[in-house]
Design a protein around this ligand. Structure first.
Ligand SMILES: Nc1ncnc2c1ncn2[C@@H]1O[C@H](COP(=O)(O)OP(=O)(O)O)[C@@H](O)[C@H]1O
Ligand SMILES: N[C@@H](CCC(=O)OP(=O)(O)O)C(=O)O
Length: 368
């Protein structure tokens, strides 16, 4: 989808662009990005910015070896204000700070709240600037990289395009800093294992994600129908080419049958609070429609979850079948799976309808 058809876009800017030397923010490489944002808004394209750089910006205030994760979180707390100020002074319209963790996105109620805030900010003409809330993240709570965060935000915002600004022109057949014969791939129609295999990890001294997380992000976005670009954020030409409707780097084409928003959220953002092991071998229809699950087909229940939580449904051979909203607690399902109940007793216990919601359910591909 070219710029003329865009109504809303998300732009992700990595640490290397905003804090190129890892000792405070510099607007040097941000001017062309800011100009691109201004040009998009002039064409009535709403923009959401996902910006890294708080840790890189704050690190110089904490000299010496990074002692522990608490120091890194303190760097983020210190650098976040500088990162926001660096962006804010480039625009003559207001910016707004949104700090999130994965906990805010994997909880459906909080995810919906984030969407509402984003839409309200855009309605009033502000530029939302999103970053992970590194000050409070833990391994359990974090997204971990802003490439994947930007894809989750693009989905939440129903964006038409996601532009990931990197320190390289796009996805190459291999890491060009390692393989001098590597070639730029202008277009990716399908993200498969071969594409993932091309992507190496982090190379910049301040980056977190590397190319792997950019491919993961592209997969999340294209499966929601969002055209995704990896472009070189260091060159103004990248943005001039985009403004002319061209592709300056690698474009990942949107999937033809994008997932509905709630199914996409369940597939790519929701985290399972527990696991229900089911017996698809004796009930093969369950593999295609686990919402028909009956208590006697439950093999075991792992973890603790409440009504309305997301659970992972796995076959008793370990294959992941689906992620879905569960209508009963782990306690009741454990009881039901261990009992041999007659139909009447079952009906008395399962008055809330099907065990698994037939609305919020995402059948998983084998590779997920
Ligand atoms: N197949 C690949 N194509 C392009 N770059 C790759 C590939 N594999 C690994 N890389 C490395 O990924 C880097 C970009 O990711 P990263 O280091 O996180 O920087 P940034 O977040 O600023 O984009 C590139 O500079 C490159 O060294
Ligand atoms: N939330 C972190 C950014 C983490 C991250 O993904 O960084 P990068 O790989 O430079 O985009 C920060 O602000 O430093």
């Amino acid at each position: 989808m070219q710029i003329s058809k865009w109504k809303r876009i998300v732009i992700k800017v990595g640490s290397a662009l905003i804090a190129p030397h890892g000792n405070g923010c510099s607007s040097h490489y941000l001017l062309s990005i800011a100009q691109f944002i201004v040009r998009c808004r002039e064409q009535n394209i709403e923009v959401v910015l996902v910006s890294s750089g708080s840790i890189a910006a704050g690190s110089h205030l904490f000299p010496g070896e990074v002692k522990n994760i608490a120091t890194k979180k303190a760097m983020a707390a210190a650098g976040q204000t500088e990162m926001m100020a660096t962006w804010d002074k480039l625009f003559d319209f207001p910016t707004a700070q949104i700090l999130l963790t994965h906990a805010d996105l994997k909880d459906r109620e909080r995810y919906t709240s984030v969407r509402e805030t984003l839409f309200s900010l855009l309605e009033y003409g502000l530029l939302p600037i999103v970053n992970e809330n590194d000050t409070i993240v833990t391994d359990k709570l974090k997204v971990g990289d802003n490439d994947n965060l930007s894809a989750m935000i693009a989905t939440a915002a129903d964006a038409d395009a996601l532009i990931i600004c990197s320190d390289i022109d796009g996805l190459y057949t291999a890491n060009p800093q390692v393989d001098k014969k590597a070639k730029l791939i202008p277009q990716v129609a399908e993200i498969n294992d071969e594409i993932y295999a091309m992507a190496g990890g982090v190379t910049s001294s301040v980056g977190t994600g590397g190319m792997k997380t950019k491919i993961q992000a592209a997969k999340k976005a294209v499966s929601h129908g969002i055209t995704t670009y990896i472009v070189n954020g260091f060159t103004e030409q990248s943005f001039n080419t985009l403004l002319q409707g061209g592709n300056p780097g690698t474009v990942f084409l949107p999937e033809q049958n994008p997932l509905k928003e709630n199914i996409h959220w369940m597939t790519h953002t929701a985290s399972a609070q527990g696991e229900v092991v089911i017996d698809c071998n004796s009930s093969p229809e369950l593999a295609d429609d686990p919402s028909k699950l009956k208590s006697e087909e439950i093999v075991s229940v792992n973890g603790e979850f409440a009504i309305g939580d997301t659970v992972l449904l796995t076959n008793n051979d370990g294959t992941k079948v689906a992620k879905a909203e569960v209508n009963y607690s782990s306690c009741l399902l454990s009881y039901l799976s261990e009992q041999t109940l007659d139909v009447e007793a079952q009906e008395n216990l399962t008055t809330k309808g099907p065990i698994i919601s037939d609305k919020n359910i995402a059948i998983l591909n084998k590779s997920e």
